[in-house]
Structures are given as C-alpha cells and as structure tokens.
Design a protein. Sequence first.
Lengths: 172, 549
Amino acid sequence: MELTRRDAVAALSALGLGGTLAGCVAPPGSEPVAVEHLRETLIAAAEVVYPSAVSGIEPFVAAFLEGRLADRAHVAGLDEAVAELDGNARVWYDAEFAALSVADREQVLRNVGADDADEDPSGTASERVRYYVVNDLLLALYASPTGGELVGLENPQGHAGGIGTYQRGPNA
Amino acid sequence: MSWDRAPAGSAASGADGDADRTPVANADVCVIGAGPAGGIVADRLAEAGREVVILEAGPRFDPDERLARQERAIRPAYDRPDVWDGDPERDAYKSTGERFYPLNHARARGVGGSTLHWQGMVMRLHEDDFDSASVRGVGADWPIDYADLQPYYAAAERELGVAGAADNPFAPPREEPHPMPAFPPSYSDSLFAAACDELEIAMHSVPNARNSEGYDGRSACVGYGTCQPVCPSGAKYDATVHVERAERKGATVIDHAPVQRLEHGPDAIEAAVYATPDGESHRQSADAFVIACGGVETPRLLLLSASSHYPDGLANSSGLVGRYFMDHLFAGTGGVLDEPTRQNHVGFLTSESHQFYDEADAEQAPFKLEFFNYDGPSPVELALTGDDWGDDLLERLRSDYGSHIGMGGLVEQLPREDSYVGLDHSTTDDHGNPVPNVHWTVGDRALETIERVNEVQERILDELGAEITWQVGPEGTGPAYHHMGTTRMGSAPTESVVGPDLRTHDLENCWIASSSVFPTAGAMNPTLTIAALALKAADHVLETMSSIR
C-alpha cells in the first residue's frame, strides 16, 4: 500500500503538528542542524521499521519531518539520536547509518538497544533512539489512514477520519 | 514528571510572568475553580452584570497545543497525568482507604478542570435517585426532587450541547428534545443488539456532550478517537467554553492562583487568600463566594480554613465536611469473537442499557450497562511497545487487533461516614499545605451488585458467542473518577453542609457548586447534574444578592 499525501497530513496531525504541508520549514533557533542528514537517516530507518507492504516512504517521512522541524526541542533530541546511530554505524561498519544496507541498519538499531528499550525522550541513548527515531516513525505510520488499513482500521487513533467508519461493518 | 521528558510536541503550561494576578477591586462574586461548575456559575453571574473573578489553581492551557497533548495520550512515555501537565508536588495526596484511590488519574488541574479529560457522557439521574432512603430504603433523600432539577437539566443540556435521542424507555421524563441528534449506533452495537434482543435486554442511545453536528461555534466530532483524555477538535464540551464566555461578559480569570484559605468571620467569608507564581500572596474580597473545586479540593479548602470560629473546618458545624466520599464502581466483561468487531474507530460510546437501573433496592444498587466501541488494543498504541518492527510488528498488530468486544457498567456506592476526604498533615504540597487524604470505602451493596452486573454481561457475551477473556469484578473494581458527596446537601444543618439552595448552612455568603453536594451518587455520570446544580446555585446567588441590594 502506498503512503500518500493524505497519510502525511494525518501523520502531522497525530504528531501534534497541525496538519498542513506548506513547503520547507527551517528549524527555528540558532544552532545549525543538518536537516538533509536527519531526513536521510529517518528515511533509512523507516525502511527497516516499516512493513514491506508499504511504499512511498520517502515523501511521507520527509513530510512529517518537515513538521517536526518547527519544534526546536524535538529537533535537538532527534539530532542526538541520529548521532547515536551514526556513531554506532561508524564503529561497526565504518559508514553513516543511512549509507548501510537495510540489514546492517537493522543491526545498528539493535546494537543501540532500540528494539528492547521503552521510549523516553530524556532517557538513555537506547530510549531516545526508540523515542525520536523508531517510535516517531511508527506513530506516524500507524496513526495514518494507510497504516490503519494495514491493520484493518481505517480511522486509527490520532487521525481525524470522521464518524462514518465506526458505523460500518467489515464488508462495507 | 513530564518536564524531564519534554517533547511530545513540547506542550507546556508555564505561568505567564507578565500576567496581572492582582485581586479584582469591588468584586461581587469570587468563584473558586474554573471547571464546569465554576465556569457555568461565573457565566451566569457575569451575564447578570455582576463583577466576577475566577481563581483557578492550575494553568490556562493553549488550545493550539491540544494535538501535542493528544500525542502524549498515545505515546507510552507519558502517563495519564502528564497529558495535562500534572505536577506530583503540587498534586500530592494520600490514599489510606481499603482500596487505593488514584486521585491524579482522576482529575485535571487548570481552566476547564476535569472536563478537559472526561469521557463526556451526560445522563440525568433517575427520579428514584433523589429519594433513595424513601424508595430504596438505603442512603439519603435529596432535599430536592427530580422535578425541581428538571428545568435545570434541560438548560444544562443546552449549555453543554448534548447529542441524544428519546429512545431510552427507562430515562426520567423530558420536556424537550436534546439539542442535537444522537450519534448513530456503531457496528459493534449491531452485534450486541442481536444478542440483547434474544435476552430481551433493551439497548438505547447515549447522551453525549459531544457535537454530532456543529453547535455553539464548535465543530462536529471529527473522530480523533482520543476523547479521554483530550479532544483536539473541541467537539467534546469542556468548561473552557463557559470560562471564556464569562470572560467575554466581563469576568476576570486569574490562573496559577491556588486558594490557600478562606478568611472569614462567624457568618461570612471575607476574602480568598491565594498564592501566585511570583511567590506573592493576595487577598481577593467579594460579597459572595462560590466554591467549585470538585469533590476533593472543595472539602480540603474548607478544612484548611479552620479557625477559632470553626475549629473543625469552615462551614463544618455538622462535622460532615469531607465525609460521605463516593465514586461509581466499574464492572466490566469482555472477550473475543471469531469475526471482526470494528473497535477503536472513535473514543466514545453510542449504546447503553438502563434496563436494570430502577430494580435497585436496599440490597441491589442501581447500575447501568455500557457497550464499548473501543475494547481491546489500539493498534497505534500497540505499535509503540514491544521489541519488533517491520513485517513482524504488522503481523502482531493484525493478530491482536480486530475481534475484541466488551462491556462496562457503573454501580452506585452508598454514602458512608467511613469513606472520606481529610487532611494528611504529614505531607505538604508545594505551598506547604497538608495534602488531601482520600480514604475510600466502598461497602457490600456495591460489591455484590458488581457480581450481578458481571452476570448480566456474561449472559450477553455468551449469547453473542464470545470467548470471555477478561472481567472486572468486585475484587478488581476501581473508581470511575467521579468524586461525590463530601459537602452533602440536606435540609438539616446537623446532617448536611449545604442547604437545598446550595448555600452553606454556616455562612450566609458561601455557595458550593460541585458533585461534592450530592447526598447519594446514583449510577449516572455526574457532570450533567453538576451543571444543573451550578445553574441552580447561580440563581440562588443572584436572588440573595438582589434581596440584599
């Protein structure tokens, strides 16, 4: 199933970001952040944590990252989490996370403990990678219409999908 | 503590340091608490041209941050109190009863009060609920009847905006339709309906304080599915509606202003002493005071205001301030079917049954049945836990979601003197005041009725062909977060704290607008009755003030 612009708008909403796609947004604040690198890394992580049934990952992830960039505290946390992934990738594979194969990226996520960790934006490195990378991506996907439909739910929690679907039967 | 965690949209409710939090000169009425009762009273009194000031202990939340609060509601990093910036030091409490009472999951501090996180179900109490002692042989009679409150119920439904229908054969008499049509039944309601038809159990709609169409300048529900604890669209009523309306009519709201004590003489309150974030203490005087702080903080404030005139607590000549603390007990049963049940599309209920409610007597409590639209896991919440991702995660979500079905129910507990809210002097809050001690005692009638509720639920689910996988019975029951009874209403000053006009027996210029005045609890969600009583209290305040001038 292809992630669409509608899914990206829904993800922005579920992520507390308002729900508009108005073009590029530069992160506020004075410290420079390598936005393109954040985008590449999140897309690379999404290719690991998203199911193989979805396509259109790149524009979807780019769109919700654009919304996240408006929140300086979030960007700072994401930047640190991405540095954590890159650091581990360099140690084990001598390359940045986004440059690795899908299998190696998954191994890096496991190396940093993002699979076992509970998310916590101010926790350990594992918990922060889980929060800012893995769970942010999963929240965006499974709160979107396409993500919900993958599970059998057209209007998942966090998506303002109206009050029609709850009345419908499974074969409607 | 949420501040350590930050992001989730970085929603924050820090005090605006530039805000003017000095007292209002020449105030006619000081309302303490900006929840639904305080908001409605303030709106009515401001409408009548009175100079009104509202003192609210918590913050004023930015409506633009509601999506960020929704994210907190979904993400596992945040506990329920984090959604509305709960502060463990400010909100410290003790629970010492036979059952733990999770107070900070049961309330929200700030403009809007607990309606910020409520479910939004708004039923009227039944006629017999007002005459429990006379009709059921237990509990207490209210000093007013359903007929006395009926016009206020109708007005409250218009004020909150209630979507409902006249399809409930067990409901008390109505004088006019609900302001909006009821939400249509859900697909899972239709599954329940077949079983209930076989068992001759009537189902009917649920009155919701949630817009089924545009109402009062607020949009229709758009289905975010996180009603409890946050509605990002504003389709669910919350008390910011009335607080802001009161402000437009000239009322002043002072937030971050917890009232520390009420200064008083023998017959009247003179001033509310409140703290502000800059460390200052202020004194708000007024001709009349309306305490609208809910069933826990209302008695706490009275107890904190003890004096030589009232050594056991202000307005406490009866010795009953804080006594008779009640909540509704939850009873539930659920399971799985071998077919899709379409749960978790919305966060509210569309069907109930009040069929068994008026069977209540001395042994059986009134109870109602609820048919869930959100039983079982929410896939997005499920996706954020576990050690899997990719195709494995999707397979788990598909396996765990889709076939759950469940029922709930609320059961009345009787008022008991040994169930109370007091002060715990061994622990203090962020201003050095003793914290509330919630000593919750339930009683056998409620626990035995929970067994009866479970039996009915099992019959329905068996008829439906469900495999029952969970049940909340007498052992596991918990509160529905409806705090009631701690400044009970009655005619006799020796047996109650306020009279039928909601004015305290002891003080001529002090009214209480809150579920704390309920003499008995019934088994209906209390907010519509709170709103109706708030409208009644406002009328009495105006009558009294008019007669003085």
